[in-house]
Design a protein around this ligand. Structure first.
Ligand code: FCB
Length: 448
């Protein structure tokens, strides 16, 4: 399909607090578990941390100017919980809230809709020390934090996201230990997942009761294809699909976990109180989808806990993070959401690619053709999905800026805008210029 996107389609870009802000302890903020994790030797490539990152904490005005240059209509960012509540609960750190208050006002003054996410992985360290998400109380702590934020920003924000990618929080933080809090504990993982979902439900209730605006949750989905039609491969692929794609959406929409979760976690899979699902299924206004890639799977008993391993595809293009470039799988997963979960309005809340970029040339151009092609292909897939009848309402490119890519440090760059960390200079890449043209033409530039 060619042509323009629907008139009201929303164009934006996304970031997250720990990845761009820097100054994690400034003005009375408490440490987050990501701050502690990044300062633990051996956890991050090159032992990097985000003490400075993109220095967005000081350069946010300049960054809003860059957003204007790109013509963004909306900006998805996250709040650092421990800037707002240094101990995670109780005492509010006013300067932390002030920072987000100024950011929201600055965006609105620039004609850019603020789309905040309450939790994009950086849990206050004080709460981690009380058991973090594995502690049932963490859901209430999260709702208390949400209440403080809604009270301050709720008069100006029309769209909220509760959690970013709970699957990654649990898989990286509690199953494989490659993200904060660095645990490998199959007994804690199902509890952490469940309490994330309860926290989400409580925050939704809190918004309905005390603020206005729409609210959604952000999940990352990755279609799982089987390497062969051998029964063992098909079953492994089904488990991989349950683990990554249905573990969160099934309880959110259908009020129950997929049956495969018991096969995956065995005796570690608990029985949850039935009442919890009333909370978890609290209706949301939209679903945020983060899509990067798909995977092809084969049975592999040694690959705990799922028993599936990814198989590299001959002839396919892979990004620097080892993710296969496959726009058709985005169209497919959008159709799958509609057929399995119904007609939820969907926003693509992240989509993008890490490729090694050249430095700016003499004319100041950063020629990042592979990323430009990635965006073009995936935006065409979104347009196809809309033509298929899927209610996709907006798209946020990941990411506005090159930034701290979690355990990968600064090496993997996803930005529409290059950041020179020595000078903090920002340079719009060719992909950013292309995206600007796409926005300005409401998608027509995809066909140029
Ligand atoms: C997603 C995260 C985001 C970024 C991208 C590349 O899983 O939500 O913060 O790291 O991947």
């Amino acid at each position: 399909m060619s042509g323009a996107f629907p008139d009201e389609f929303l164009w934006g870009a996304a970031t997250s607090a720990y990845q761009i802000e820097g100054s994690p302890l400034a003005d009375g903020a408490g440490p987050s578990n990501w701050h502690v994790f990044a300062h633990t030797p051996g956890c991050i490539a090159g032992n990097e941390n985000a003490d400075v990152a993109c220095d967005h904490y000081h350069r946010w005005r300049e960054d809003i100017a860059v957003m204007r240059e790109l013509g963004l209509q909306s900006y998805r960012f996250s709040l650092s919980w421990s800037r707002v509540l240094p101990e995670g609960t109780g005492r509010v750190n006013r300067p932390g809230l002030d920072f987000y208050d100024r950011l929201v006002d600055g965006l609105l003054a620039a004609g850019i809709e603020p789309w905040p996410t309450l939790f994009h992985w950086d849990l206050p360290q004080a709460l981690d020390e009380r058991g973090g998400w594995a502690n049932r109380d963490c859901a209430e702590w999260f709702a208390d934090y949400a209440r403080v934020v809604f009270a301050r920003l709720g008069d100006r924000v029309d769209h909220w996201m509760t959690l970013n990618e709970p699957w990654v929080v649990v898989d990286g933080g509690y199953v494989f230990g490659v993200h904060a809090p660095g645990k490998r504990d199959l007994a804690l993982a199902p509890l952490a997942a469940h309490n994330l979902l309860r926290g989400h439900g409580l925050a939704v209730r809190c918004l309905r009761a005390e603020a206005r605006g729409q609210v959604g949750i952000v999940v990352n989905l990755e279609p799982k294809d089987a390497d062969s039609d051998w029964p063992a491969d098909l079953e492994a692929t089904r488990r991989a699909d349950a683990y990554m794609n249905r573990w969160y959406l099934d309880p959110l929409v259908k009020g129950r976990y997929p049956d495969e979760m018991r096969d995956i976690f065995g005796a570690n899979w608990p029985t949850f109180p039935a009442d919890d699902f009333k909370l978890i299924t609290e209706p949301i206004d939209f679903l945020g989808l983060n899509y990067y890639t798909r995977s092809v799977n084969r049975a592999d008993a040694a690959a705990r806990p799922v028993g599936a391993s990814p198989v590299r595809q001959d002839g396919a293009v892979y990004t620097e993070t080892g993710w296969e470039v496959r726009p058709g799988s985005l169209r497919e997963v959008l159709g799958w959401i509609k057929s399995r979960y119904g007609d939820l309005p969907i926003y693509i809340t992240e989509n993008g690619a890490a490729f090694a970029d050249p430095s700016p040339d003499q004319g100041g151009r950063v020629a990042d053709r592979p990323r430009l092609d990635y965006f073009r292909g995936h935006l065409q897939a979104v347009r196809d999905a809309i033509a298929d009848g899927v209610d996709v309402r907006g798209y946020f490119a990941w990411s506005l800026l090159d930034n701290f890519e979690w355990a990968c440090g600064y090496e993997k760059t996803f930005g529409l805008v290059q950041v020179d960390y020595a000078t903090q200079e920002r340079t719009i890449k060719d992909s950013g210029r292309f995206y600007r043209d796409v926005i300005a033409s409401n998608g027509l530039a995809l066909d140029a």
